[in-house]
Design a protein around this ligand. Structure first.
Ligand code: G
Ligand code: G
Ligand code: MN
Ligand code: NA
Length: 254
């Protein structure tokens, strides 16, 4: 297929570019971190949306290269901030389940990590809930490996469909990301919707997990999330995913 032919060259030419979607702390409105999200900047086709290639790369395994490429861009960015004496914020990267089919999936990450003097604790790996609940034992092993190397871990897309609450007692994650499905009704959401969200946030707090609400688009939702003590939000109400220069502008000013 066409994409199969183009993807290797695209990687070599640096066409896979990390964008950053800031996470806003609800307590004071400041930026508490960001999620790195890949964009394919194709010289001919322009910006290819991730939905057009991420699912395909997950099937053919190429997503592993893309994830590593994003990880390297994030390490380099954090290193440059530290070098310039700027105060870094933690950045999260997505780790596809394709990695877990590999023996020693961490080795390429460790090779990249060794090139930059950046504390591992500034990186958070986002692991999607389908991975967690599909195979909790593998997942727990992965979390332990990542924690042993000092990384943080979050449970992505929580509540999107496969969550088995029972498994939460065993998985030692740091942060729960509430799926955007919780917020898709926007300001039309009723008391029942908010009761569910508040209960999930309370549950996460009881388990000592940080909470990030994803896909929040309305100021009214942000206010309610603050009222129920959700830690952070990530959504268009605060910012879309933006190129690195724009993200640095938001973080550090001119
Ligand atoms: O970035 P959105 O902006 O449109 O991303 C669409 C989908 O692609 C989401 O499910 C998101 O998790 C996934 N995605 C975006 N960037 C990456 C990445 O670097 N690695 C992996 N594995 N998935 C990503
Ligand atoms: O990794 P994950 O599947 O959670 O990827 C986040 C996805 O959510 C990306 O596609 C990102 O562009 C998208 N996104 C982020 N904020 C919003 C939002 O406020 N509304 C909607 N509809 N999508 C969002
Ligand atoms: Mn994510
Ligand atoms: Na998500």
């Amino acid at each position: 297929q066409d994409m199969e032919n183009r993807m290797h060259g695209a990687l070599e030419r640096g066409e896979f570019v990390a964008y950053f979607q800031p996470k806003q702390r609800l307590a004071d409105g400041s930026i508490g971190g960001a999620e790195a999200l890949v964009r394919w900047i194709d010289p001919v086709r322009g910006l290819v949306p991730p939905d057009d290639f991420v699912p395909y790369f997950e099937r053919n395994g190429f997503i592993i290269n893309v994830d590593l490429c994003v990880f390297e861009q994030v390490r380099a960015l954090l290193a440059s901030w530290i070098e310039q004496g700027r105060q870094p914020v933690p950045i999260s990267v997505n780790m596809s389940r394709a990695h877990l089919r590999e023996q020693d999936f961490l080795t390429p990450y460790e090779q990249i990590r060794a090139r930059y003097g950046v504390p591992a604790s500034l990186i958070e790996f986002e692991l999607t809930e389908t991975l967690v609940f599909g195979d909790p034992e593998t997942f727990m092993g992965v979390i332990n490996l990542l924690h042993a190397r000092g990384y943080r871990c979050s449970l992505d897309d929580f509540g999107s469909g496969y969550s088995s609450l029972n498994v939460l007692k065993d998985v030692d994650i740091d942060t729960m990301k509430l799926d955007r499905a919780f917020f898709s009704a926007g300001d039309d959401a009723g008391q029942r919707e908010w009761d569910v969200v508040e209960s999930v946030v309370d549950l996460a707090k009881k388990l000592d997990l940080g909470t990030v609400a994803e896909g929040v688009e309305e100021p009214g939702q942000a206010a309610r999330l603050r009222a129920i003590n959700c830690d952070m939000l990530q959504g268009y109400v605060f910012s879309r995913p933006v190129p690195v220069a724009e993200f640095e502008q938001m973080l550090f000013g001119a």
